[in-house]
Design a protein around this ligand. Structure first.
Ligand code: CS2
Length: 501
């Protein structure tokens, strides 16, 4: 039988085909309210928050919380079209050594493409049904200065959005949030909760601080209202979600009989720890397996474990791996040298800096991570891991280095990873082959990398990315320079043994 196009009409037939496909049997559009507006509908959101909401909708526990997706950038038109062509249904393909499962998700009910109608997005967020605006806008979307810990108020995008003349046509997430919140205040509504689902330590607190700073520059009264009544829960989000490959679309059609313009491939594992702080109610997340935690300190500790161990290890796999010519995460893990390096970095350098969480074994967590990285069936691409490094390394690697220096603990392997990123910025691997460097700061980074060669100082002078604690520390400068020189001279594979005991 030829595959069936995924849409609301064909859904019953797709589910009845008996090919081990799960899917929504709950009512959608119109029958439920859209209480969540989500900015940044990519693979991760569709494999994470949207899946948790799908579970709750299926249990009839979230009838006020269907999702309206929002795309802010011109590239998002592809997602809009894919979702619109299938009544906003899509398939999550879970893959592991045990096989594949297909799960049609129905929690996204509509989609707004901001570049064509910015006002519609503001109006949607300001609507009284909207209780939560959730975000996966990547680390760079927060305009956070890593050195001063303040909003990059001088950034041209923020400057544009701060101009009152542009209030109805903002560019940044903060411009949209501000415009919608100001409108809600005028209408006597409560502020919606802003729920960051990005990989940043204290993601909620940073979102609050950035938005309040933005609002203060626009209208201090709105800023005070947000400060007093707004809610910005911190959260730890986790699910490895590679980019969808053309082969995934084909296998879904061949193995499950579903024609889906843009399915999502992911691992079976998923996790979410979220602080229980919402301004206008929340879904019963617990019923979908979310860990809702009262104490912000607990969330921060989970975040720290995850960002430093999972995401930090991904960076350690990604930048050196790309320079050495690997394509996928599991391939890097198959290399005994890399594997040893990674295990030693986790245990010798990252683990000693982490807080103990009662009931959590860091060693077990590390073992699970290695197993997840080894999963060959999801084919997690190194270019995905390496994407937007300027938003990642300052979150995943640099804080461990800064703490290790402070506590006089070892950090040479972490420096090797930072050095590999500096080398990676040039876009040429160890065999001389060119690759694409996808980073919002690419031009500035490449100019500094060229100017510096194996001297890290020009790159480290970028104040929005690196703190004075690192820039001014002799031990760090020596260690990273040594690693950069070795990588430049000998390449990754010959340098790596020097970082393994
Ligand atoms: C990855 C993350 O992009 C990255 O750097 O480390 O996307 C990672 O896969 C997720 O955070 C897993 O939860």
């Amino acid at each position: 039988m030829p595959p069936l196009k995924l849409n609301a009409r064909n859904l019953p037939q797709i589910l009845a085909a008996g090919r081990n496909i799960r899917g929504p049997t709950y009512r959608r559009n119109g029958a439920v309210k859209e209480g969540i507006v989500h900015i940044g509908v990519g693979g991760f959101h569709r494999a994470h928050l949207a899946v948790y909401m799908d579970k709750l909708l299926q249990q009839q526990k979230a009838n006020e919380y269907a999702i309206c997706g929002v795309g802010l950038t011109p590239f998002d038109s592809k997602m809009r079209d894919a979702l619109a062509s299938q009544d906003h249904l899509y398939t999550v393909i879970e893959r592991s050594g045990k096989g594949s499962l297909a799960h049609v998700v129905g929690s996204i009910n509509s989609y707004l493409f901001a570049p064509e109608n910015r006002e519609a997005v503001i109006a949607k967020m300001a609507h009284h049904d909207t209780k939560i605006v959730s975000l996966t806008i990547t680390e760079s979307g927060y305009y956070y200065n890593e050195n001063t810990h303040e909003l990059q108020a001088e950034h041209p995008d923020i400057q544009f959005d701060l101009n009152p003349a542009n209030e109805k046509s903002p560019r940044t997430t903060f411009g949209f949030l501000y415009a919608a919140l100001a409108r809600r205040r005028q209408q006597g509504l409560r502020p919606f909760t802003v729920l960051s689902c990005d990989n940043m330590q204290k993601n909620g607190s940073i979102t609050r601080h950035m938005l309040e700073s933005f609002a203060r520059l626009r209208n201090p009264q709105v800023a005070t209202w947000i400060a007093e009544q707004g809610a910005f829960p911190n959260s730890m989000v986790d699910r490895i979600t590679p980019q969808t490959a053309p082969a995934d679309i084909k296998t879904l059609a061949d193995d499950f009989g579903i024609e889906d313009a843009w399915p999502v491939v992911t691992e079976p594992f998923m996790d979410w720890v979220v602080e229980d702080h919402f301004s206008d109610g929340r879904p019963e997340f617990e019923s979908a397996g979310v860990k809702v935690v009262k104490n912000v300190h607990d969330v921060e500790q989970f975040e720290k474990h995850k960002l430093r161990l999972l995401n930090g290890s991904h960076s350690a796999i990604g930048y050196p791996g790309q320079l050495a010519g690997f394509k996928y995460v599991h391939e890097v893990l198959e290399n005994p040298l890399f594997r040893k390096f990674l295990v030693q970095m986790m245990h010798e350098e990252v683990k000693p800096l982490l807080p103990m969480i009662p009931g959590v074994s860091i060693d077990e967590y590390c073992n699970t991570l290695i197993e997840r990285f080894e999963n060959p069936t999801i084919k997690d691409q190194l270019p995905r891991i390496c994407l937007n490094a300027s938003g990642k390394i300052p979150q995943f690697i640099m804080p461990s280095i800064a703490e290790a220096i402070w506590e006089t603990k070892p950090f040479k392997r972490l420096c090797f990873v930072a050095a590999a990123w500096f080398r990676y910025i040039n876009g040429i691997d160890d065999s001389g082959a060119k690759f694409e460097v996808d980073d919002p700061m690419r031009e500035e980074l490449q100019a500094k990398a060229r100017a510096g060669g194996s001297d890290p100082s020009p790159l480290l002078s970028i104040k929005t990315l690196f703190g004075d604690d690192l820039r001014g520390d002799k031990r760090f400068l020596q260690e990273i320079t040594k690693a950069m020189q070795a990588i430049e001279r000998d390449g990754i594979m010959k340098t790596l043994p020097k970082y393994i005991d």
